[in-house]
Ligand binder design. Structure first.
Ligand code: THU
Length: 140
């Protein structure tokens, strides 16, 4: 297991906690995300669906929007957990393509993203692994 200089347990717990807040009446699929900032704060988010479907916001972007609107800009890690509502996760849920582009905007290429099925079972990917060759802020 890789070593990190932060508490993965607290980050995973927050992702599981925020999954409980999901508003997902259409898909029945609840997702929680937790974003660790450089100063050690954790911002949680859940997916927020909409009757018109496409305005749906993923858990990851909810967490980012909360953190960024509080002035946070530097991030150390993200955790994501999801699955059919009311059930323990069945799969490791990776961020969708749009959320990966948000990661490319705000996070370093080597920042870890943890995908968890339980507190004990999780995978870790870097942002660059999730979205290689990303269109990035420095290109503008
Ligand atoms: N969802 C997320 O919140 N994050 C992802 O990265 C994948 C998908 C949500 C969106 C929608 O509310 C539900 O999962 C099913 O797609």
């Amino acid at each position: 297991m890789e070593k990190h200089n932060f508490d993965i347990t607290a980050l995973l717990e927050a992702a599981f906690l925020y999954r409980e807040k999901a508003y997902a009446p259409y898909s029945g699929f609840s997702v929680g995300a937790a974003l660790l900032t450089q100063d050690g704060s954790i911002f949680g988010g859940c997916n927020i669906e909409n009757a018109a479907y496409s305005p749906t916001l993923c858990a990851e972007r909810t967490a980012f929007a909360k953190a960024i609107s509080e002035g946070q800009r530097h991030f150390k890690a993200l955790a994501v957990v999801g699955g059919p509502q009311g059930q323990a996760p069945v799969d490791f849920i990776p961020p969708c393509g749009v959320c990966r582009q948000w990661l490319a905007e705000f996070c370093s290429a080597d920042m870890p993203v943890f995908l968890a099925k339980s507190m004990e079972e999780y995978q870790s990917y870097t942002c660059a692994e999730l979205l290689p060759h990303s269109f990035s802020p420095h290109m503008l």
